[in-house]
Ligand binder design. Sequence first.
Ligand code: NAD
Length: 322
Amino acid sequence: MPTIYVTRRIPDLGLTMLREKGFALEVSEKDGVLTKDELLSALRSKPYDGVLCLLTDTINSETFDAAPTAKIFANYAVGFNNIDVAEAKRRGVTITNTPGALTNTVAEHAMALILATTLRIAEGDRLMRSGVWGGWGPMQLLGSDLMGKTLGILGAGRIGSRLAYHCQKGFDMNVIYYDVRRNEAFEKETSARFCPTVEEVLKNADIVSIHVPLLDSTKHFINADRLNMMKPTAYLINTSRGPVVDEIALVEALKKGVIAGAGLDVYENEPKTAPGLLECENAVLTPHIASATEKTRGEMAKLAAENLIAFFDGKTPPNVVP
Ligand code: NAD
């Protein structure tokens, strides 16, 4: 009977599947992210066979040392930048993630951020709640339409291509994209035009939406120089990972009108935000909730459980991180 440490309570669907299969689960009772010391001492407390961890847990050589019997770390996320995958490989530890389950939900959230920034929804909401709204005005909170505009996707994988589909089919937008790999099926589906450089996307898009994974090569993928290449009327949307954008440079750009606005779900040093960001009226900010629907969080729990079940059945889990 495999014994699994779960670093934080996740939806019951996945936990029930594991219990029904006879797994013994130890679920952290803390309603919050475990500190490094809390995580290490929890892992040292028993000879666990596996760990179900979250994107907020740093999993590296120290963690593997604390759980030497754990041969699988099942991440409850599609991104796995919180895990030292190379170190896991060296030690023969399997890492899995939860791709696909959250694709449409995150794309819908990116769409919501696009609409909220261009139509100034959050600013309007703040005005209503301030109690000082004086009634309809012909020049009040003028936004920007989407029809006929150009969406620039950076990273046309699962989520980026799904967002492009919504924008092209639902809002009649043109799509351009940059990716390290050209995606011809995506081009066919959305009439997207491939740009051979990031710069070409930045110079031509009205909305730039980021969907690359966080890697050493994508840290500060969007920096001051690249923000300066964008149109002053353009918006930046980020639902990928915070460190992909130089947040201090972004605040400067938002304050100086280098770009028109930004819609962000992720931040460079969560839960902190860069100085000045919260005062930017032209930024719409959500607290890393792009995958947070009942259905999707349940699906993610199910996928994490399926990965663990397959592993302990002696099979290759469906979502091994290569
Ligand atoms: P994916 O692997 O399907 O797509 C990523 C795409 O980025 C791929 O097409 C890949 O070729 C491309 N890419 C990689 N490096 C690149 C580079 N240097 N330049 C350009 N393109 C590059 O992943 P996905 O399922 O679409 O998820 C994308 C990211 O979204 C995840 O890695 C994760 O960090 C993030 N995410 C965030 C949330 C959230 O809650 N905000 C939820 C889910 C996923």
